[in-house]
Design a protein around this ligand. Structure first.
Ligand code: ADP
Ligand code: MG
Length: 259
């Protein structure tokens, strides 16, 4: 029997889908059987992050009794499995909750870790995604606006009975006004599971439809996610040493501020 982890944030655009896809792949690379459920209907971009397309049958169809769950599971990169949510989760709520529970139970029988990529906000769709996961990881950026939304998410999740693993602080180092890890810990009162730096490779990878952990596994964000994956499952991971920049590159950067 596997475990389900919801990745939520409150605020949109903080890196939930980035984390869901890369963490899923990292866990798969460590030998775990991973399934990612895209529950972010309004901005269902998991498939873009993973470079997938043409996923026609979704969880919604399964709950409507029109398809079997096996038809809604697609192969993603590095051995992960992906399930699109389909139409709104409101539709899922209308479906018999026992069926949803049954389907989640079935999925957990076949996979070690089910990652649920939650939508932003605190609407019904989010509550459903929070309730569906046994464990919760909150994603936040080190800025005040991200904190209040993360706090609300934490409170709702706790009420729903999910176990809060902690917070992943993403896009660290983007701005001088960033909150520190200690400040975030004080505000949210959760463990800080990882800090993922601001890394231009993340955006570039998304543009190529290939997760950063696959495309540039030695980039700072990829290394941070891999370390988080290792910590979550109690594996040892020794990150590669940062590459030294060549003399020419340092010279060019110094003279022209980079190319
Ligand atoms: P969410 O799912 O929370 O709405 P996304 O995962 O789609 O957020 O990320 C929002 C944007 O931020 C994307 O363009 C993504 O490439 C970028 N991003 C996420 N994490 C980082 C990072 N560590 N460094 C740089 N850009 C990032
Ligand atoms: Mg998203």
């Amino acid at each position: 029997m596997g475990i389900s982890i919801t990745i939520a944030s409150g605020k949109g655009g903080v890196g939930k889908t980035m984390l869901s896809s890369n963490l899923g792949i990292a866990l798969s690379q460590f030998g775990k059987d991973v399934t990612i459920l895209d529950a972010d209907i309004e901005m269902a971009n998991l498939e873009l992050h993973l470079g997938l397309e043409g996923m026609k049958v979704a969880l919604h169809d399964v709950l409507a009794g029109e398809a079997d769950i096996s038809q809604a599971v697609y192969n993603g990169p590095e051995g992960i499995k992906v399930i699109p949510a389909g139409i709104s989760l409101e539709g899922l709520r209308k479906a018999d909750p026992e069926i949803l529970e049954e389907v989640l139970g079935k999925l957990l029988k076949d996979t070690d870790i089910l990652i649920i990529d939650a939508p932003a906000g605190l609407g019904r769709n989010v509550v459903t995604a929070l309730a569906a996961g046994q464990e919760l990881i909150i994603v936040a950026n080190p800025e005040i606006s991200s904190m209040s939304d993360a706090l609300k998410t934490k409170i709702v999740a706790a009420k729903l009975g999910s176990h809060i693993l902690g917070t992943v602080l993403n896009r660290v180092g983007y701005d001088k006004t960033d909150l520190t890890v200690q400040e975030v810990q004080l505000i949210l009162e959760t463990k800080i599971l990882a800090t993922i730096p601001e890394d231009p490779e993340v955006r570039r990878s998304a543009a190529f439809g290939s997760p950063v952990i696959v495309r540039t596994p030695n980039s700072p964000a990829a290394i941070a996610v891999k370390k988080l994956a290792a910590d979550l499952i109690g594996k040892k991971y020794i990150p590669p040493k940062p590459r030294k920049e060549s003399f020419m590159k340092r010279l060019v950067n110094g003279l022209f501020g980079g190319i």
